[in-house]
Design a protein around this ligand. Structure first.
Ligand code: GDP
Ligand code: MG
Ligand code: ZN
Length: 357
């Protein structure tokens, strides 16, 4: 059961310390207001966070859909308590906005492939795609650009060409959930036991695409526990979906504000053409402005480098710098405060235990 969700020998090996504590591994299918639906070897269970984990999670480490966790199961009650979050291989973070949201919000974890969805119909913003590409590469995740709603009479070929020009080699597909066009091509990228995440603005057709890929099997499992009579929680959707051929797909709510978190490597990959050009400037520390022998200025002059793309690159660089600076003092002070408080609690707890020894 758990192998279907991507559980591996390597994960099992890491899990030994938790197994020794009587915990079992689980993968988060959906998270809603602090309540979880998880897949375990005992079947699907409803779960809550252990108090200690909820406390630690102030650091922004709440389990989310796709996460592996260690749980104390109560199979007879169909429930479990999540005790530990296992280390993530990748995570997608939505840039936080508003006070107190210094860290950003993780929206998907442990994915292998990112499907960057944009509608052929609207919302085709190459600049936004560049951001998504940067975020995927920075996470070590393979991006695939999925242009949706190919049935709406738009010349997909022309747009695919335009997108390929900024895709830096990532595959670009056009699909339609209505006619089924392009779905076989997409399926070929979704391998059994591997997890793909769908990213893109709300309304581009992500959930419809998951349904089209899942077919009847998904409809049958869509309605997970709605047993509210005994005060249990109601979950009407799932985010992590097991597709009929064994691939996993993570549907996320709108990602309008997917930010760049600790990007850097990702930006370089997404703009490898610009970085290569910059390497050809005569001066090592060229400001790409009025310096003689500037390869960027030359490429802009001939049109070999698109001015909008150059501008987007500059904007990303400035944003990264801003985020890095912004993060430092405050986030560090906050981290310190949390650690001090936790140590205090820990010492009090040790004292309390001593008394009972
Ligand atoms: N014509 C057409 N409409 C689609 C397609 N996929 C989704 N839609 C419509 O787009 C709207 C938003 O779809 P939804 O899956 O909820 O988008 P999400 O917010 O990205 O999950 C709905 O009205 C869908 O019926 C498609 O392939 N073709
Ligand atoms: Mg949706
Ligand atoms: Zn230059």
């Amino acid at each position: 059961m758990l192998e279907q969700f991507g559980w591996s020998d390597a994960l099992q090996h890491q899990f030994a310390i938790h197994a020794a504590d009587g915990l079992i591994p689980a993968r988060v299918i959906v998270q809603q207001r602090g309540l979880y639906e998880i897949a375990t070897e005992l079947g699907e269970l409803s779960a809550t966070l252990a108090g200690k984990l909820a406390y630690d999670a102030e650091d922004g480490a709440y389990p989310v859909a796709g996460d592996w966790v260690a749980v104390k199961a109560r199979p007879a009650e169909g429930s479990a308590v999540i005790q530990h979050l296992l280390p993530r291989t990748s995570s997608f973070v939505r840039r936080a906005s508003g006070p107190g949201a210094a860290r950003g919000q993780v929206v998907a974890a442990n994915v292998d492939v990112a499907l960057l969805a944009a509608s052929l119909n609207a919302d085709l913003n190459p600049r936004r795609l560049e951001r998504y590409l940067a975020t995927a590469w920075e996470n070590g995740v393979d991006p695939i650009i999925v242009l949706t709603k190919a049935d709406m009479g738009i010349d997909a070929e022309a747009i695919i060409g335009e997108i390929e020009a900024v895709a830096m080699g990532a595959p670009v597909l056009a699909v339609s959930a209505v006619t089924g066009a392009g779905l076989d091509e997409l399926r070929a990228y979704l391998k059994p036991g591997r997890t793909a995440v769908l990213l893109g603005s709300s309304g581009v057709g992500k959930s419809t695409l998951v349904n089209a890929l899942a077919g009847k099997a998904h409809m049958a499992t869509q309605a997970i526990r709605e047993d509210d009579a005994r005060g249990r929680h109601t979950t009407t959707h799932r985010e992590l979906v097991l597709l009929p051929w064994g691939a996993l797909i993570l549907d996320t709510p709108g990602m309008r504000e997917l930010g760049l978190w600790e990007a850097g490597g990702g930006v370089s990959t997404a703009f490898a053409d610009i970085e290569a050009l910059a390497g050809q400037c005569r001066f090592h520390d060229c400001g790409h402005d009025t310096e003689p022998g500037c390869a960027i200025a030359a490429a802009l002059a001939t049109g070999a480098l698109d001015a909008a793309r150059w501008k987007a690159y500059g904007k990303l660089q400035r944003e990264l710098e801003f985020q890095n600076n912004k993060d430092d003092p405050r986030a560090q002070a906050e981290g310190r405060r949390v650690r001090v408080q936790r140590n205090k609690q820990h010492r009090a707890e040790m004292k309390r235990r001593k008394r009972f020894e």
